[in-house]
Design a protein around this ligand. Structure first.
Ligand code: PHE
Length: 339
């Protein structure tokens, strides 16, 4: 009996198996009901009682070895087969690709631009590192204006700073071209502010400039009303409140009727029915002159809004930081939003 077991063990260890058929052969020969192992078990009853413990253990070991070998072979041939099968099967469905989504700020920027493009505005761009002239002086900021203060502006050196608004692009546009101008200036701007849910050291703006003969405040109102209705819905109303910017006179802040509660009052509009979305005004004649445009012949208006602010209102995002943290769980939610 011991010899039979030893023989079988050698056979199992030495047998050379190269494909699934041979593996099946191996199973039939050793492991099946009529296989050698079962024969051993059948003969076990004839083993002397005092040897049963030892022989029983040997047979069990043999059985485990045989089964382990067969399982390994089976797996190896099965995965080979799967690869073989997959290789040239062009009828199998493709691997699903994860579709990306536009960033919510990009979606918002694009909707703002396309609304103004429909009434003839073009897009202009300029550098993010600006000199004092384009960011401040040409825009009529007095020498000691607080906006030039270290608190608001990231200065690079005596001459250069990161632009604090895209109005600098308006200056470049006017300096380098001839009126009429009808352009938008989208872009990233920088301000030296502590980062919180409502403020960041950089954000994005879309500013606009319209310069021609006989442009009036009424033209500005109508343009901005058109924009607001397109952006927030046909029922939207606008309201202009007097304000101050060095480069516009008169200047105003523009509110739109709250599109979340239909101006009935909610926590977004702080129960006022209005939400502020942009600054605007008639370009100060001094700015036109600074840029080489005859202020006696030409007039115009300018406006500027924060893209984050609009996106936060539109998508009800309550923390500005989400826009720049690249958390895919946040960004994924806008998959359906890009039209
Ligand atoms: N440049 C202003 C800002 O950054 C916005 C603005 C642009 C206001 C044009 C009036 C006219 O806040």
């Amino acid at each position: 009996m011991r010899d039979r077991i030893k023989n079988l063990l050698d056979k199992i260890e030495q047998v050379n198996i190269e494909n699934a058929e041979q593996a099946e052969q191996f199973r039939l020969e050793f492991l099946s009901k009529k296989g050698e192992l079962n024969n051993l078990f059948a003969d076990f009853k004839n083993v002397l009682n005092e040897d049963k413990k030892e022989i029983g253990a040997l047979i069990n070991q043999l059985k485990e070895k045989g089964q382990a070998k067969y399982e390994n072979l089976k797996e190896a041939f099965a995965s080979n087969n799967a690869e073989e099968e997959n290789k040239d099967d062009y009828t199998k469905p493709g691997y699903p690709y994860q579709l990306g989504a536009l960033h919510p700020l990009m979606i918002t920027r694009q909707s703002i631009i396309s609304i103004f493009e429909r009434i003839g505005f073009t897009v202009a761009s300029g550098p993010e590192i600006e000199d004092d002239w384009h960011n401040f002086s040409a825009l009529n900021f007095p020498e000691n204006h607080p906006a030039r203060d270290m608190q608001d502006t990231f200065f690079i050196n005596e001459k250069f700073a990161l632009r604090t608004h895209t109005s600098s692009v308006q200056v470049r546009l006017m300096e380098n071209g001839k009126p009429p101008f009808r352009s938008l200036m989208p872009g990233r701007v920088y301000r030296n502010e502590a980062i919180s849910a409502r403020a960041h050291c950089f954000f994005h703006q879309v500013e606009g400039l319209y310069i021609d003969k006989n442009v009036s405040f009424a033209d500005m109102k109508q343009t901005l009303l058109y924009f607001s209705k397109e952006m927030f819905g046909e029922q939207t109303k606008i309201r202009l409140r007097p304000s101050y910017f060095p480069f516009t006179e008169p200047s105003a802040e523009m509110d739109v009727s709250c599109f979340i509660c239909n101006a009935k009052g909610c926590n977004v509009c702080k129960y006022s029915g209005w939400v502020e979305i942009m600054g605007c005004g008639m370009v100060d004649p001094a700015v036109l002159q600074n840029c080489g445009i005859d202020a006696n012949q030409y007039s115009g208006f300018a406006f500027g809004m924060g893209i984050e602010r609009i996106a936060m209102l539109k998508y009800r995002v309550n923390d500005l930081r989400l826009f720049s943290e690249n958390d895919v769980r946040f960004l994924k939610q806008f998959q359906a939003a890009d039209e």
